[in-house]
Design a protein around this ligand. Structure first.
Ligand code: RIB
Length: 313
């Protein structure tokens, strides 16, 4: 069967990840000896772009890198994965970086310094045209809110679906929520945005402000909520966790591709969870993102059927 490629635009960050692996992450004031160190192209925007391209999408990246060596490497990593980087500007100054510690259980702690990402406060007409040519625009919160909002508005005006990952967590302006079609928070972001600790309650509460929500739950899978229906629980696949960095970005990139191909939401969600299961089994951000054939194989290897709870009276 021939599949028409999903056209995906990403407006977001590119960071060089400086990753230290240690048995236990240091507490404040503590120094620990690590086991290894590597630099890996990352940033939530670039990660989602690379994940979507490897999953089979036709992807354009809009954002900025600095005029340093990291900027050259970040652009090259996107190019190697087949992402169109014509709209990725190079600006004077340093590229964004993320300082990441990964502990023995694969969990991470991250400090991001925006660098060039902080210059993306407005869009050019060519950026807007690139958004208009896509079926979906993926957004995160590692660019200035003014830039994110400009992208979401440009997408809405052109009938392009907006998919917002609200990370790093921060209060969201009403204007941004008003032009968000699909919100994809993790459980902590969902709780922070909704004030509800229970993910199912959080998903329901978020439907007051956006029409569709997917709450990612790590090893517990995800919850899909749309107005007028009970949330659908999609279990995660079992995975040998090495490094959870960018698992959420991998999920969103793959989900955008599957939805852009017109697959039903439950099938798209199962496929995206297979992509994120593969990503946690590899170290690093962009270095962990699977190719389409691998996602197909992992998804086909088995997945329990998702369950929608009986509607409440
Ligand atoms: O979501 C993972 C990403 O968050 C890392 O690649 C890092 O750059 C930070 O932005």
């Amino acid at each position: 069967m021939t599949v028409t490629k999903a056209a995906v635009a990403v407006l977001g960050s590119a960071n060089m990840d400086l990753v230290a692996y240690a048995k236990a992450a240091p507490r404040l004031g503590e120094t620990v000896t690590g086991e290894s160190f590597r630099t890996v192209p990352g940033g939530k925007g670039a990660n989602q772009a690379i994940a979507a391209a490897r999953a089979g999408g036709a992807v354009t990246m809009i954002g900025a890198v600095g005029d340093d060596d990291f900027g050259v490497q970040l652009r090259a990593a996107l190019d190697r994965s087949g992402v169109d980087t014509v709209r990725l500007r190079t600006v004077p100054g340093p590229s964004g970086i993320a300082q990441i510690t990964v502990d023995g259980a694969g969990h991470n702690a991250i400090v991001v310094v925006p660098g060039a990402n902080g210059t993306v406060t407005a869009l050019t007409s060519q950026d807007e045209a690139a958004i208009g040519a896509a079926g979906a625009l993926l957004l995160q919160l590692e660019l200035p809110l003014a830039g994110v909002l400009a992208g979401a508005r440009a997408a809405r005006e052109r009938g392009v679906r907006t998919v917002l990952t609200p990370a790093p967590a921060q209060p969201l302006p009403d204007e941004l929520l008003a032009v968000t079609d699909l919100l994809v928070p993790n459980e902590h972001e969902a709780a922070a945005l909704s004030g509800e600790g229970d993910p199912r309650a959080a998903a329901r509460a978020l439907l007051d402000v956006v029409p569709e929500v997917v709450v990612t739950l790590g090893a517990a899978g995800c919850l899909h909520a749309v107005r007028g229906r009970e949330p659908l629980a999609v279990p995660a696949l079992k995975a040998e966790v090495v490094d959870t960095t960018a698992a959420g970005d991998t999920f969103v990139g793959a989900l955008a591709v599957a939805l852009g191909e017109g697959r039903p939401a439950d099938e798209a969600l199962r496929w995206a969870t297979a992509a994120s299961a593969l990503s946690v089994e590899q170290a690093g951000a962009s270095s962990s993102m699977p190719l389409r054939a691998a996602v197909d194989a992992r998804a086909a290897a088995g997945h329990p059927v998702p369950r929608r709870r009986a509607a409440r009276k």
